[in-house]
Design a binder for this molecule. Structure first.
Ligand SMILES: [Zn+2]
Length: 276
């Protein structure tokens, strides 16, 4: 069986000590391809080189959490990279871009205006380069949908989706697949689990969001963290087990889930086709 981890920050500092071993372990467990989205311009080279080193794919963009320090010239850098590497079949999308309505520091009126500015500017860049986008959607689905209506793009993935069924349907109508990961492994995530169960299978892709969003089996509780235990590090090697959670929720086989979600990922990110 082979899997695609559609959202994996392999360039994160958490992997500095053992990055190649982490990727290799995931491969031995069937994770054939990782999609590595960039979060800031200074990492563009690193994600590109990483993707090439491990036969993975990548996306280039400025993440909403990194907009406070972002500058206009980073948009010019993004545009220049997309031009320079437009024949690189491993460059599959613009991302990670979006809006975050959760983190207080980027939700003052001024900081939110800057988030919106970078989001809309990057949608226009994606339009110009005819690339899909990888979206960060947190407590801001309606704002994102508004931006997408104003600057329509060639679909893509709404990653770590956690909106309403109504919002999910609107993303799907706009040509997006929805990314599900370790968050649905928690019994108390009833709304998210219902969503993952009820949405058409054709709309779903799998992701880890490594090193973040640890599934319950590697999550360290606040109590244990007080005692000095660090938070568990998520990695692409967890994808098959996360997949088995979804397969169980939907009552389908792992084989069917692997085949369908991989096909969905290739539909959302057409350049993935040349990798398979
Ligand atoms: Zn991410």
């Amino acid at each position: 069986m082979s899997w695609i981890d559609t959202h994996c920050h392999l360039d994160a500092a958490e992997f500095d000590a053992d990055r190649d071993a982490v990727r290799q372990l995931a491969r031995t467990l069937g994770v054939k391809t990782c999609v590595i989205p960039a979060v800031m311009a200074s990492h563009f080279d690193e994600v590109r080189l990483l993707a090439h080193r491990h036969a993975d794919v990548y996306a280039l963009g400025i993440h909403p959490l990194y907009t406070p320090q972002a500058e206009n010239k980073d948009l010019a850098t993004l545009d220049a990279y997309l031009h320079a590497h437009h024949n690189d079949q491993r460059l599959v999308a613009v991302g990670e871009i979006g809006l975050d309505g959760f983190v207080p520091e980027i939700n003052t009126p001024e900081a939110f205006a800057k988030q919106t500015y970078f989001f809309e500017a990057q949608l226009q860049i994606a339009q110009r380069h005819q690339l899909p986008v990888i979206l960060h959607v947190r407590r801001c689905a309606d704002g994102l949908l508004k931006g997408l209506r104003q600057f329509p793009v060639a679909g893509g993935i709404a990653h770590a989706f956690n909106g309403s069924l109504q919002q999910a349907k609107m993303f799907i109508e706009m040509g997006f697949k929805l990314g599900f990961g370790g968050a649905m492994s928690y019994d108390r995530a009833t709304k998210l689990r219902a969503l993952a169960t009820e949405l058409p299978l054709s709309a779903l892709v799998l992701e880890t969001d490594s090193p973040d969003i640890p599934p319950h089996w590697i999550y360290t509780t606040a109590q244990d963290r007080e005692k000095g235990k660090s938070q568990g590090r998520n990695s692409p090697a967890e994808l098959p087990r996360i997949a088995s959670v979804l397969a169980e929720l939907r009552g389908i086989s792992l084989e069917e889930l692997a085949t369908t979600t991989s096909a969905n990922a290739r539909q959302a990110l057409p350049r993935l086709q040349s990798q398979m």
